[in-house]
Design a protein around this ligand. Structure first.
Ligand code: FE2
Ligand code: FE2
Length: 188
């Protein structure tokens, strides 16, 4: 049978051009597996490993909250009012960091580990029971420097495999750098 040579009255609309760098099939695949929430098939991170890193950071932040809170409540005297205020501000910012990390772990379908029995073992930074204010400042400066280095390593490890986590860790690290600077200023 001869092929029809009838020309359609109006030509079919051309498919919208796909810009380079866009994988339409992968985008459509993201419409599946709704239980995975924000994690799509194209997620390039090692999810389990990233969750482990984030839980280490969470433990570190929780220990930092406890250390700063202890310092805040223990320090007294009119001369130490400025240091006391600084300890409280840092405690509240570490709390914010802990919340961001726990939230990110949930987004990655992981479990944030708040277990107090293993907290100190899992934390990169240490708790401190100094009685004297300058020893407290020193302990905090050490802990902040440890936190900065641990965040730096996590950011390097994640590279560009998980941009959201990377961005979060960079945001937190910048605050830890401010904290270290604040503690250095208070060091006599
Ligand atoms: Fe922090
Ligand atoms: Fe800090």
């Amino acid at each position: 049978m001869a092929e029809s040579t009838v020309t359609p009255a109006s030509p079919a609309p051309a498919a919208a051009p796909v810009p380079p760098g866009i994988d339409t099939a992968a985008i459509r695949a993201a419409a599946q597996n709704l239980a995975d929430g924000p994690v799509t098939a194209g997620y390039k991170g090692d999810r389990e490993a990233v969750i482990k890193l984030l839980n280490g950071a969470l433990a570190t932040e929780l220990v930092c909250i406890l250390r700063y809170k202890r310092h805040y409540y223990t320090v007294s005297g009119r001369d130490n009012a400025g240091v006391k205020a600084e300890f409280l501000e840092h405690a509240m910012q570490e709390q914010e960091h802990a919340d961001w990390l726990a939230e990110r772990i949930i987004q990655l379908n992981g479990e944030p580990d708040f277990n107090p029995a293993t907290l100190l073992d899992r934390s990169h930074a240490e708790y401190d029971e100094s009685a004297e204010v300058q020893s407290m400042v020193r302990a905090n400066l050490i802990a902040e420097r440890v936190a900065i280095e641990s965040y730096r390593q996590m950011i390097e490890t994640i590279g560009d495999t998980d941009p959201t986590t990377r961005q979060l860790l960079i945001k937190i690290m910048a605050v830890e750098e401010e904290h270290a600077d604040d503690m250095r200023d208070l060091l006599e």
